[in-house]
Design a protein around this ligand. Structure first.
Ligand SMILES: [Zn+2]
Ligand SMILES: [Zn+2]
Length: 182
């Protein structure tokens, strides 16, 4: 697989009319990103002074590990983004004020080099939810015996008592019984 770490463009090589890069079959994005279906998309760059306005789109499928049951699941990503890319040395000068002005994402380049590799990685990481779940109601693993509770139930009663939902259910049941319901 080709090394994508050197994939990018020098600021000087962006023509006045802008630059559009289309890409496909991108899968080698580092060991921390397991790519199930390679990424495709585009990057459009427009140079304005020392800043670059970037618009992009990416499409692919990652394999993520569920935070609860630790099994791998497919996570499709379809993501469109706009980034203001500024020189890294402007970070200290302009400070937080600039960052707060717009909702726009800001990224930085160093030594006149804009790394597409880093941009794609950043955007993919931004698309991954904070809580990674194979399904919204994943039951997770039993903390006592380690059984994947999506697949089968175990007899560890402590887990069931600890679950707030289980308690709530029991309470609701009791209430219904009092009322003569089911
Ligand atoms: Zn899960
Ligand atoms: Zn168990």
């Amino acid at each position: 697989m080709e090394d994508l770490k050197n994939w990018g463009v020098f600021l000087d090589d962006i023509p006045p009319e802008g630059l559009k890069i289309e890409f496909k079959d991108i899968s080698n994005l580092g060991d921390d990103l397991k790519v199930k279906k390679p990424f495709s998309g585009y990057l459009k760059l427009k140079k304005i002074g020392i800043e670059v306005k970037l618009e992009g789109s990416l499409n692919g499928v990652l394999s993520l590990e569920c935070d609860r049951c630790l099994t791998n699941f497919d996570f499709p990503i379809q993501h469109e983004f706009k980034i203001d890319i500024k020189p890294l040395n402007s970070l200290n000068i302009e400070g937080e004020k600039e960052l707060m002005e717009e909702e726009m994402e800001v990224s930085f380049y160093e030594n006149s080099w804009i790394s597409f590799y880093n941009i794609l990685r950043e955007e993919i990481f931004l698309s991954i939810p904070y809580k990674k779940l194979c399904k919204p109601d994943c039951k997770g693993l039993c903390p006592i015996c380690g059984t994947n509770l999506n697949k089968k139930t175990c007899n560890c009663k402590i887990y069931k008592k600890e679950s707030p939902f289980a308690i709530l259910k029991t309470l609701l049941k009791d209430k219904n019984l009092e009322k003569g319901g089911q």
